[in-house]
Design a protein around this ligand. Structure first.
Ligand SMILES: Nc1ncnc2c1ncn2[C@@H]1O[C@H](COP(=O)(O)OP(=O)(O)O)[C@@H](O)[C@H]1O
Ligand SMILES: N[C@@H](CCC(=O)OP(=O)(O)O)C(=O)O
Length: 385
């Protein structure tokens, strides 16, 4: 097991190979009681411009639209109803971008706004399109500023919080590091609001259940996902080989100091074994439309032998979906073992489940594929610890 004393060296190696960084700034950093936090915006943009001058590329994922919007129209608290939240996000997003545009202009840096919903990235073609746009902007030395498209988003297509969105963006642009800035020093071993004796964890080698339990879902007054969504984001980034630092975004020159080697916040390492970006897309970006339940034998070969899913191993199908849809693969106990793209519709799977491959034709009157989910279109999750 790694000791916290090894952090300095590990961090310096990560920084040395990070040419491209994704920085996520939470509402808790971006806002004060009066509205957007101008001092924080100036400070953060100064240090991001410094990274650009060093030859690095920066992609910014910034919250703050809702907080800016409700304060701008004189509401005293974040609205609760969805239409009101969407309306204030529309009001606040322009202010947010205006502030970034002005702050980066002081350094001669141009910015571009990208607003995304989960659906934009769940479709592989749109995902690749978004990726091309991001790389074009980076080639042009324009700094992308990304936020969830709150104004049109509905629950089913919501990322829900910018932490998870920032992990996905890190995978899309193959960042060397994800930095999540919030209003607290990093991950504590317990929710520090309830346990004043809680201790900061400087280094995390692997996110386990104990850490997930430590991170509360309850955000601060203005935030959305709490520490829990930050841990989920770090876990997702790690699965694709990207380390994450969660740090205090209101500390002076925090970004620059992290790059200079300051041991601030919590560093989450990424294990050597990692998902390809296609597997990441399958695992975290698609919106599964249904479920296929597999028997114990299929569970074993999917999990440990890298095989495709054949009709013979299927014992059930839930939901209505067409061929090509993303589906969850469940074992008979209901545990999600993976996600894959189905070659057959739910109704066809109901007919061919349990059959030998040679009987597909007879059952359906046609035979498209031997496999219901091909290995190349599947990602299997590690067993829960
Ligand atoms: N184990 C924990 N360690 C650190 N912070 C925690 C923990 N559990 C809950 N939190 C809370 O999470 C908050 C940050 O989440 P959130 O309000 O969503 O911020 P942001 O707007 O930056 O996304 C902190 O203010 C802190 O009180
Ligand atoms: N998209 C929203 C922020 C959503 C969100 O994730 O907020 P936070 O948890 O503060 O990063 C906004 O711009 O207000």
């Amino acid at each position: 097991m790694l000791q916290p004393s090894q952090r300095k060296l590990l961090q310096s190696q990560i920084i040395a190979r990070t040419r491209r960084v994704v920085i996520k700034v939470g509402s808790a950093v971006m806002t004060t009681a009066e509205g957007l936090n101008q001092a924080a915006i100036d400070e953060l943009t100064d240090t991001m411009a410094h990274l650009l001058r060093e030859g690095r590329e920066v992609v910014l994922v910034s919250s703050g639209a809702i907080a800016a919007g409700f304060k701008k129209i004189g509401l005293t608290a974040k609205p609760r109803s969805i239409p009101q939240k969407q309306a204030v996000a529309a009001i606040g997003q322009t202010t947010l971008m205006q502030k970034y545009e002005q702050a980066f202009a002081r350094h001669g840096v141009k910015v571009a706004q990208i607003l995304l919903t989960r659906n934009d990235l769940a479709n592989r073609r749109r995902y690749l399109n978004a990726r091309n746009t991001l790389f074009t902007l980076l080639n042009w030395k324009v700094l992308p500023v990304i936020n969830e498209n709150d104004t049109v988003v509905v629950e089913e297509i919501q990322f829900g919080d910018n932490d998870n969105l920032s992990a996905l963006i890190s995978s899309v642009v193959q960042a060397g590091l994800l930095i999540i800035l919030t209003d607290i020093d990093g991950l504590y071993d317990q929710d520090p609001r309830l346990h004043p004796e809680a201790k900061l964890i400087p280094l995390v080698e692997k996110i386990d259940l104990r850490l997930e339990r430590a991170a509360s879902r309850q955000p601060g007054i203005i935030g959305s996902g709490g520490m829990f969504s930050k841990i989920q984001a770090a876990k997702k980034a790690a699965s694709v080989g990207i380390p994450t630092i969660i740090a205090h975004g209101l500390k002076p020159r925090i970004i620059q100091r992290l790059f200079d080697g300051a041991e601030e916040g919590t560093l989450f390492l990424s294990p050597a074994a990692k998902l390809s970006s296609r597997q990441y897309w399958l695992a975290y970006t698609t919106n599964p439309a249904g479920e296929i339940v597999v028997d114990d034998g299929a569970r074993q070969v999917l999990r440990y032998q890298g095989k495709s899913l054949l009709p013979a191993g299927i014992i059930g199908v839930n939901g209505r979906f067409s061929a090509g849809a993303a589906v969850r693969l469940l074992d008979r106990g209901g545990e999600v073992i993976g996600i894959g793209l189905s070659n057959y519709s739910a109704s066809d799977i109901a007919c061919i489940k349990g059959l030998q491959t040679c009987n597909i034709q007879q059952s359906l009157g046609y035979k498209g594929y031997d496999e219901v989910v091909h290995r190349d279109n599947m990602v299997i999750f590690p067993e829960s610890s």
